[in-house]
Design a protein around this ligand. Sequence first.
Ligand code: ATP
Length: 233
Amino acid sequence: MLEVRGLTSHYGRIQALKGVDLLVRPGQLVAIVGANGAGKTTLLRTLSGVQPASGGDVLYGGRSIVASSPEARVRAGMSQVPEGRQVFAPLSVEDNLRLGGYTRTRQEIASGLQRAWELFPVLHEKRALPAGTLSGGQQQMLAMARALMAQPRLLLLDEPSMGLAPLLIVEIFRIIRALVDQGMTILLVEQNAHAALSIADAGYVLETGRVSLSGTGAELLDDENVRRAYLGM
Ligand code: ATP
């Protein structure tokens, strides 16, 4: 579904991505793990098109999208949930979701809302409240539900566990896995390597802009270097 080849990206003279190769197959949950500053956010931003690539290629469904606008990528079925959630705090939960469906018809928005309420019952309870009044975990759910309103085929998640209490992390990762089990394809970027690799079909370790290691989630969880560097063992 997504194939990244030799992707590079720069901030001025700083090279944040130094030739990244990776593959996301349809129906897979793929996790990118790595330390602070490894380039995880830059990678997601380059895939969604908000950060330009300086070299390499991104194939989505076999076609190069590396020069496409972020809007064109959303229309083609790629939807990103940004780091830090970024919900529209003064707007109601429901209006946040409606905004997520801006590329969709009224009927699709109605069925999208229905699906969001089923996946996240707590959002239905709070649908009329300003999004800013939700807890951190609920805002993370709202950000995911909002991205799903665009009916993506590929969901890009940036650090969904950031700032959440341990119990909520378990809940969010359970929902992420459930989405994949229902047929969604997800590329997940996480500093919480253990949580991410535990639910991932495949994983990549990013180190200073390069993939240093890849394998199944289970293989990486078992890897001596990963355990020492990212799992604190
Ligand atoms: P974090 O978990 O802290 O978000 P990350 O793995 O997502 O880390 P990036 O944020 O992608 O890493 O950063 C990769 C590199 O690019 C770092 O060296 C960082 O300092 C640099 N960088 C990121 N954003 C900018 C920017 N706007 N201008 C200049 N350099 C940047």
